[in-house]
Design a protein around this ligand. Structure first.
Ligand SMILES: Cc1cc2nc3c(=O)[nH]c(=O)nc-3n(C[C@H](O)[C@H](O)[C@H](O)COP(=O)(O)OP(=O)(O)OC[C@H]3O[C@@H](n4cnc5c(N)ncnc54)[C@H](O)[C@@H]3O)c2cc1C
Length: 489
């Protein structure tokens, strides 16, 4: 049972305020810092309350992709043509079903300006493109396909363009200091230069409302002591996802039980719970990003089959889509079937994720022997490989549409790599918000004085995901939250 007090407190019951500002923001990650900059830019006095000892959140640990398009300077320098319409068409298909059309339109239309804003805030992007299969560029290239734009089925639905923009950084360390650090550092410096104050080791727990139901402050714990914080204009919730709230995971995304990834322990759903206690509506609580723990340079060169020995995904797509389809639609069962020549080529190819390269579990001379070793019913894998090879001889994959450059008949010796259970992820659902990041009540009306952004909200992703959407919608709608909160009162 959650023992943290989340019921709203009446302002009339608060004797004195320990802290006060026009706009008070809970959480100093990507959504929080973006809100802080815009609120301060609009002339508001801003205070950020952060549970840990410093700014950053999951954002500072992130690979750093920000999903942007429609013709950014980086896209243009790298020779790619893009438009708002193509970006919308792709995202509607890739992030759905159920994408919030108003948010999608706003995001795509504002994408180039948002890129320019990040650059103005000091975020560096190198104007070079990384075109190899992979989770991220091994060096400091600034642009990559991060959603399967150029693979089936999306390459038939929208003109492909790469939109994963990653801040330039030397000496990246996966999960420690990635491109996300070079996003957060300049943004937090910008916030500081605008006079934004921060209180650390401050765990926000409860919202404070006045007699009219307006949110006018927060109760938090700092060094074990309860403190009250008054927000003269508005409160912005930006404390991240619920990936580490076991009860919520069980209730909403049971496939993710025991497998949180690309998130931090502080993502315990606090903002969602606090706002729910005021009647806030939720959206897409079952949506989740799912990472697949294998190097794309390997699996693009073979075939991925499920527990029945059948293919289920074009292997040249975005690895996060492979993860989603594996965990959510194939019982977390995956095997990579690959011949020796393709395996050796994949192992020699450049990658940013050496740690995800795996050694074969079974190696045989024939597919018949392999399926027996794997414990698959006789004929299951043999039929899959025979069908694949028949069309691969012509460089085609009529079943799933893998691009011809990656389609080669599987020869001998042949191996299978056991990838069952190799997934993990974070949650994408949360508070239902307007395009101005107002938190919406179950009646559909905004809750006065309350705004939210980042992974405590339902943003652009309704079911699907692309790398960069989280830092993208977190920063974009974080800015909206800061602006809207500053405009109150
Ligand atoms: C290794 C890794 C790689 C990733 N790569 C990418 C990528 O390339 N692109 C992408 O888009 N996304 C990526 N992500 C995901 C992305 O970083 C997060 O989804 C994103 O940062 C969420 O933004 P946010 O502002 O909601 O949360 P955060 O950035 O995590 O900020 C939330 C902040 O709130 C604080 N907080 C929590 N609870 C409280 C409380 N009660 N009171 C006060 N403060 C609180 C937290 O400590 C944290 O600082 C990655 C994540 C990881 C860990």
């Amino acid at each position: 049972m959650n023992t943290t007090p989340i019921r709203p407190v009446a302002a009339a019951d608060i004797e004195s305020w320990d802290f006060e500002a026009d706009v008070v923001i809970a959480g100093y990650g990507i959504a929080g810092v973006s809100a802080a900059i815009e609120a301060a830019d609009a002339g508001a006095e801003v205070l950020v309350l952060e549970r840990t000892g410093g700014w950053g959140g999951a954002a500072a640990l992130a690979g750093g992709f920000v999903y942007l398009g429609g013709g950014t300077a980086v896209q243009k320098s790298c020779g790619f043509t893009d438009s708002v319409e193509e970006m919308k068409n792709f995202l509607r298909a890739a992030l759905g079903p159920g994408v919030d059309e108003a948010k999608l339109t706003d995001y795509c239309e504002g994408s180039v300006a948002h890129f320019d804003w990040l650059v103005e805030c000091g975020v560096p992007f190198k104007h070079t493109f990384w075109g190899e299969p992979g989770w991220k560029p091994p060096a400091d290239d600034g642009l990559q396909y991060t959603g399967g734009e150029n693979s089936a089925p999306f390459n038939t639905l929208a003109v492909p363009a790469p939109r994963g923009h990653v801040p330039q950084m030397d000496n990246k360390k996966s999960g420690e200091k990635g491109g996300g650090y070079m996003l957060m550092k300049p943004l937090s410096e910008k916030a500081e230069s605008l006079g934004v104050r921060a209180e650390y080791d401050m765990r926000v727990q409860t919202l404070v409302t006045d007699a009219d139901g307006r949110v006018v402050g927060l109760v938090a714990k700092q060094y074990g002591k309860e403190v009250t914080v008054r927000a003269r204009r508005g409160v912005v919730l930006a404390t991240g996802s619920f990936a580490y709230n076991d009860a919520m995971i069980e209730a909403y995304v049971p496939r993710l039980i025991g497998r949180p990834a690309a998130s931090i322990e502080e993502h315990d759903g606090a903002s969602i719970r606090m706002a729910q206690a005021l009647g806030a509506d939720l959206a897409h609580m079952d949506a989740s990003e799912v990472a697949f723990f294998c190097d794309p340079q390997l699996f693009v060169r073979g075939i991925l089959v499920n527990g029945r020995g059948q293919r289920y995904v074009p292997e040249d797509t975005y690895p996060g889509r492979v993860g989603q389809l594996t965990l959510l639609q194939n019982d977390n069962q995956a095997f990579l079937v690959i011949d020796e020549a393709a395996y050796e080529e994949g192992m020699a190819a450049p990658t940013a994720t050496e740690q995800l390269r795996r050694t074969p579990t079974w190696v045989c001379e024939t597919v018949e022997e392999l399926e027996a070793e794997m414990g698959l019913p006789e004929g299951a894998l043999t039929a899959t490989v025979a069908m694949y090879n028949r069309h691969a001889a012509n460089g085609a994959d009529p079943l799933l549409g893998k691009k011809s450059e990656w389609v080669k008949p599987i020869g001998s010796p042949v191996a299978a790599i056991d990838l069952r259970g190799m997934t993990g992820g974070f949650t994408l659902g949360g508070l239902k918000t307007s395009v101005d990041s107002e938190v919406l009540h179950v009646t559909g009306e905004p809750i006065p004085g309350l705004f939210a952004a980042g992974r405590c909200t339902s943003g652009l992703s309704a079911w699907g995901y692309c790398s960069g959407i989280s830092l993208g919608d977190g920063s974009f709608f974080g800015r909206r939250a800061g602006k809207a909160a500053a405009a109150e009162g």
